[in-house]
Design a binder for this molecule. Structure first.
Ligand code: ATP
Ligand code: MG
Length: 284
C-alpha cells in the first residue's frame, strides 16, 4: 500500500506535523553492517524550519531519506500528518546538493516538470513559477538552459522547482553546499523570501553552523556516527533575519554553543587552542 499524499491530510488538525520515533537505520553489505542512524526521536511542527547539523557520516542524509519514504527504517517510525510513512511521499519538495536539473529543458521547463510528475497542468504552475524565478532574480533566465546558468543560479532554479507546487513540506540536503560563500549568503536571504508567508514545514541538513542559526527556528545537533541528537536549540532571533544578524551577540551565543558541543565530542578539533595552551605552559 502506498503512503497517501501529505496534501490529503487536514494538516491543521495534526500536531506535530511530523513525528519521528526511535528511528534507526543500518545498511548491510556482504560482511559488514553500517549503523547510520541510532534511535532518533523528534517532532516538527507545521511551518517550523528545523535544521540538522552534524559531522560527515552521522546519518543526516539517511534521516532525510527516511522522512521522505525513499528508504525504509531498520527500527522506528516516521509519521507525517498523523499517518505512518511506508513508501515515498508525494506532496513534498526536495532539494539536494546537486541540482539535478535536466540539461535539455529550459530553466522554466525544469520547474514546470513538477506538474508532469504530479498530474498537474504546466499552465496552472506557470504563474507561480514565473513569480518564484522573479523572487530569486532569475526572471531573465527562464528560457536559458541549465548549462547557461552559474552554480548559484542553478541551485536557485532547483529550489524554485521544489516549491512551485506549494508543498506543505520541504526537505533540503546541503542545498548550498557546492556554492561559494557570497552566493550562500544570497541563498540564505532568498530562501527566507521564498518561504515567507507560506507556512511550509522545512527539514534542512547543513554542515554550516552559521547557516543553521541564520535560517532555523530550531537546530538539532547530531553527534559522531551512528547519528543521534546530542543537543537542541530554539533559535528565537527575530525575523526577517538580515545577514547583519550574524554580528550580534545573540547569534554568536547560538553558534558558539553548537561549535563547543561539536568540539566537546571531538568532531571539531581546535589545534590552535592546544598549541596556545602548550605555549603558555612553556612560558610558565
Ligand atoms: N545506501 C547505503 N548503503 C550503505 N551504506 C550507506 C548507504 N547510505 C549511507 N550509508 C552509510 O551510512 C552512514 C551515514 O551516511 P549519510 O549519508 O547519512 O551521512 P551524512 O551525515 O549525510 O554525511 P555527509 O555530511 O558526509 O553528507 C555512512 O557511514 C554511509 O557510508
Ligand atoms: Mg549527507
Amino acid at each position: 500500500m502506498s503512503s497517501p499524499s501529505i496534501g490529503q491530510y487536514d494538516e491543521k488538525t495534526v500536531d506535530p506535523f511530523i513525528r519521528v520515533r526511535d528511528l534507526s537505520k543500518s545498511f548491510r553489505a556482504k560482511t559488514t553492517i553500517t549503523h547510520a542512524l541510532d534511535s532518533t526521536s523528534f517532532d516538527l511542527q507545521q511551518g517550523e524550519f528545523l535544521s540538522v547539523v552534524g559531522p560527515s557520516g552521522c546519518g543526516k542524509s539517511t534521516l532525510l531519506m527516511l522522512v521522505s519514504g525513499l528508504t525504509s527504517p531498520t527500527t522506528g517510525t516516521v509519521e507525517i500528518g498523523g499517518r505512518q510513512v511506508t513508501s515515498p511521499i508525494s506532496d513534498v519538495g526536495i532539494a539536494f546538493q546537486e541540482d539535478l536539473l535536466l540539461e535539455w529543458h529550459s530553466t522554466l521547463d525544469n520547474i514546470l516538470m513538477q506538474g508532469a510528475f504530479r498530474g498537474v497542468s504546466k499552465r496552472s504552475l506557470r504563474d507561480r513559477a514565473t513569480e518564484l524565478l522573479d523572487m530569486v532574480g532569475l526572471a531573465e533566465f527562464a528560457d536559458k538552459y541549465p548549462h547557461e546558468l552559474s552554480g548559484g543560479m542553478r541551485q536557485r532554479a532547483s529550489i524554485c522547482r521544489a516549491l512551485v507546487h506549494k508543498p506543505p513540506l520541504l526537505l533540503m540536503d546541503e542545498p548550498f553546499g557546492a556554492l561559494d560563500a557570497m552566493t550562500r549568503d544570497q541563498m540564505a536571504l532568498d530562501i527566507q523570501d521564498l518561504l515567507a508567508g507560506t507556512n511550509t514545514t522545512v527539514l534542512f541538513i547543513t554542515h554550516s553552523i552559521a547557516e543553521a542559526v541564520m535560517l532555523s527556528d530550531r537546530v538539532l545537533v547530531f553527534g559522531p556516527p551512528p547519528g543521534n541528537i546530542v543537543d537542541e536549540l530554539v533559535v528565537d532571533l527575530p525575523r526577517p533575519r538580515h545577514l547583519s544578524v550574524r554580528e550580534t551577540p545573540e547569534f554568536a551565543a547560538f553558534s558558539g554553543r553548537i561549535r563547543s558541543r561539536l568540539e566537546a565530542m571531538g568532531v571539531i578539533r581546535d589545534r590552535t587552542a592546544w598549541a596556545s595552551g602548550t605555549a603558555s605552559a612553556e612560558r610558565n
